[in-house]
Design a protein around this ligand. Structure first.
Ligand code: FAD
Length: 385
């Protein structure tokens, strides 16, 4: 093969970085990675801010998984700082653990009524169980039904309206039905086997992963400026390219949004540094009945940095994505119409030779980091036979 690279990977987030590493290391391929931003890491990118706090530029990221493969793989590139994520909802000034649990029950109803309800709930559904509000609503007991309404109103509905820009009528009943009440005093947000934050932060994980003699990374390069697509073949910098292409960017952009834009929610982040040791009692506080932001996250909980006189927080504001260059599409809005639109783009991509869509943007799906790592490893398995 006369071309310089065997494989082309577009995007240096988890999808692109893991695939590039595997193709280079396991497959011995020469891999070119093109990344539009000025840094690697995709949305998991972190950096020190002016106050010296390690912030997550594109929103708070906590690694959690039950996948041995994802955990073992990333552990090749990082040690871990043990961190168990805890989230509370600010309900009219009271900080209630979410998912709503037995501690939240006590805070909502007071000790006496909570103890009575707890007994009923545990007798009916079992201790340490996650019960959905749909199941609670099916109960004949008016107190249990009322609990479902309490959780819906104080923890779920306003938060979801802010997050997705919906009215209560527009919220998918299936989503509402899945809202859990956790009959436990375990106030961790995730119960996964492995949870933590890379000991040096996320960006060094990507630096290590992409540091391989067979990998070339070019930053600040939009693939659309270098790659042309044609069913008869692809070209890179005007020369025919016959190797595998792994594309992790937005699939509609790849085809000039010819069928219209795929809808997304975007986020505006407002970072603030405060001259106090701690701003709030937990890593994340959700504002479920007040404020126009959805949540506040305080980064020192993640990094464990010892900075007694300052702390940095971020407030998240959710709104519709317009496609403007300075915006990031964060959350795909999954519904029938959007899935059908995605299928049209997918068909165009599938017609291209040795062209593979991977990741949250290319697949128009929400994936946690561990899921993307596993998917990238599986794609590499297939490509390398
Ligand atoms: P991305 O990280 O988005 O990477 C794609 C990369 O491709 C980007 O760097 C982009 O610049 C680049 N790119 C796109 N188009 C082009 C182009 N044309 N040319 C060149 N480069 C291009 N997951 C968890 O497990 N735990 C969490 O706590 C968590 N929190 C999250 C919080 C928020 C606010 C969000 C939005 C997501 C969160 N996630 C979390 C999910 C996590 O961000 C994703 O799993 C992960 O980013 C997926 O990696 P990716 O490579 O598919 O996409």
């Amino acid at each position: 093969m006369s071309q310089k690279y065997d494989c082309l990977v577009i995007g240096a987030g988890f999808a692109g970085a893991v695939t590039a590493r595997e193709l280079a290391e396991r497959g011995g391929k020469n891999v070119l990675v093109l990344e539009r931003r000025s840094h690697v890491g995709g949305n998991a990118y972190d950096r020190l801010d002016d106050a010296g706090v390690l912030i997550h530029q594109y929103g708070p990221h906590i690694f959690h998984t039950n996948s041995q493969r994802a955990y073992d793989y990333l552990s090749r590139f990082t040690a871990w700082r043990d961190y168990q994520h805890r989230v509370v909802a600010n309900v009219h000034g009271t900080m209630m653990p979410v998912p709503f649990n037995l501690t939240s029950l006590e805070l909502a109803y007071g000790p006496e009524k909570a103890a009575r309800l707890e007994k009923k709930l545990v007798e009916t559904y079992g201790a340490e169980k996650k019960v959905t509000i749909l199941e609670l609503r099916r109960s004949d007991d008016p107190e249990i039904k009322a609990l479902a309404d309490y959780v819906y109103e104080n923890v779920f509905v306003h938060y979801t309206m802010k997050q997705w820009g919906q009215t209560p009528e527009e919220i998918d009943p299936n989503t509402t039905a899945r809202v859990p009440v956790f009959l436990s005093r375990d106030d961790r947000y995730f119960q996964d086997t492995w949870q933590g934050i890379p000991a040096e932060g996320y960006t060094p994980v990507f630096d290590h992963m992409l540091d391989h003699p067979n990998i070339t990374v070019e930053l600040g390069v939009d693939a659309s400026d270098r790659l042309s697509l044609d069913v008869s073949g692809l070209s890179l910098d005007g020369e025919p390219f016959t190797g595998a292409v792994v594309y992790t960017g937005a699939v509609d952009e790849l085809f000039g949004c010819c069928f219209g834009r795929l809808p997304y929610r975007t986020l505006d982040f407002k970072f603030e540094t405060h001259p106090v040791e701690w701003f709030q009692p937990r890593g994340t506080v959700n504002y479920t009945v007040s404020e126009d932001y959805t949540r506040i996250t305080e980064f020192k909980y993640f990094s464990g940095q010892d900075l007694p006189d300052r702390t940095t927080i971020v407030k998240e504001y959710s709104r519709a994505y317009t496609g403007a260059a300075e915006e990031t599409p964060y959350y795909a809005i999954i519904n029938e119409a959007n899935n059908a639109l995605y299928a049209k783009y997918r068909a165009l991509a599938d017609a291209l030779p040795d062209f593979h869509l991977l990741g949250r943007l290319a697949e128009y799906k929400y994936y946690n980091m561990d899921a993307i790592v596993v998917r990238a490893l599986e794609l590499a398995d297939r490509l390398l036979g």
